[in-house]
Design a protein around this ligand. Structure first.
Ligand code: ADP
Ligand code: MG
Length: 259
C-alpha cells in the first residue's frame, strides 16, 4: 500500500491522439497528485475534452500511456514495461474509478433524482438499496437538493440538474473526478451554485481535473493550472503564475479574451 501512495492519481506520459490525419494531442505529459485540483484552460478546439476523454479511456490515445493510481488505463502491466491490452470489460472496471461530469447533465429523464443517483451503485457496484439510498441522501444534502429527491429532471433548473449529476458521479465513489466545462451550458445566474458545489468537492480531498472557462473560479479552486493550445501544454503552474503572471504570449492572448 505504501508504494500506492507514491503514485500520481493521474499520470499522462507523452500522450498523443490523432483523428485520421488531424493531430489533436501532441505528446502531453501531465501528472496530477492525489488530492490535487488541476484546471485546464485553453481555446475551443485545443484538445481539452479529448485529453479528459483519454484519461478515462472514452478515447484511446494514439501514442503514450495514461496511468490511474499507477495502473495503466486499458492495459495490464505484466512486468515493468511489458503491457497486455485489457478486454473492454476490464477497461469498464477501470473507468469506474473515474467520475465524469459533462457540459450537458445527461440525467435519466424517466427517473427521479434519487433513482438517478442510486442506479449505478445498485446495478454496477451491487450495493444494497438501503445502503445506496442512504448514501444518495447524504450526497443530495451535500449538493443542497434534499428537497428534490422525488423530482424528475425536467422539473429542475439546469443548475440543479448539474448538481444532481455531480452527486450521481460521487455516488460511485470515484478516485478521480473529471469535469468538462460543467457550467458552460448554464444560464449565467445558475453558474455560481454549481461552482460552489465543485469547490466543496475539492475541499473534501478529491483529485480533480476541471476544464473550465471560469477563470476566477479556476484561480480560487486550483492547485495548478494548465494552459493548452493546439494539443500541447503551453504553460502550467500555480494559478498565481499562469493566470496572474503568464509567461507565454499565447496564454496572455487567451486570458485577455476570456477574462
Ligand atoms: P476542446 O475541448 O479543447 O474544445 P476537443 O478535444 O473537443 O477540443 O477537440 C479538439 C479537436 O479534435 C477539434 O478539432 C475537434 O473537432 C477534433 N475532434 C474531437 N473529437 C473528434 C472525433 N471523435 N473525431 C474527429 N475529430 C474530433
Ligand atoms: Mg471541449
Amino acid at each position: 500500500m505504501s508504494t500506492q501512495l507514491t503514485h500520481p492519481a493521474v499520470s499522462c506520459l507523452e500522450v498523443s491522439k490523432s483523428f485520421a490525419d488531424l493531430e489533436v494531442l501532441r505528446a502531453i505529459s501531465l501528472d496530477v497528485a492525489q488530492g490535487e485540483v488541476v484546471s485546464i484552460l485553453g481555446p475551443s478546439g485545443s484538445g481539452k475534452s479529448t485529453l479528459l476523454r483519454c484519461m478515462n479511456r472514452l478515447e484511446q490515445p494514439t501514442r503514450g500511456l495514461i496511468r490511474i493510481h499507477g495502473d495503466p488505463m486499458g492495459y495490464l502491466e505484466e512486468a515493468p514495461g511489458r503491457f497486455r491490452e485489457l478486454p473492454e470489460r476490464d477497461v469498464a472496471r477501470q473507468r469506474r474509478q473515474i467520475g465524469m461530469v459533462f457540459q450537458r447533465f445527461n440525467l435519466f429523464p424517466h427517473m427521479s433524482v434519487l433513482e438517478n443517483i442510486i442506479e449505478a451503485p445498485l446495478r454496477v457496484l451491487g450495493s444494497g438499496k438501503a445502503e445506496a439510498t442512504e448514501k444518495a441522501l447524504d450526497l443530495l444534502a451535500r449538493v443542497g437538493l434534499s428537497a428534490k429527491r422525488d423530482a424528475y429532471p425536467e422539473q429542475l433548473s439546469g443548475g440543479q440538474q448539474q448538481r444532481v449529476a455531480i452527486a450521481r458521479a460521487l455516488a460511485m465513489e470515484p478516485r478521480v473526478m473529471l469535469f468538462d466545462e460543467p457550467t458552460s451550458a448554464l444560464d449565467p445566474e445558475l453558474v455560481g451554485e454549481v461552482l460552489d458545489v465543485i469547490s466543496d468537492v475539492s475541499r473534501s480531498g478529491m483529485t480533480m481535473v476541471i476544464v473550465t472557462h471560469e477563470i476566477s473560479f479556476a484561480r480560487d479552486v486550483s492547485d495548478r493550472v494548465v494552459f493548452i493550445d493546439n494539443g500541447s501544454i503551453v504553460e502550467m503552474g500555480p494559478p498565481q503564475q499562469v493566470i496572474d503572471h503568464p509567461q507565454e504570449e499565447r496564454t496572455r492572448t487567451f486570458l485577455s479574451r476570456v477574462k
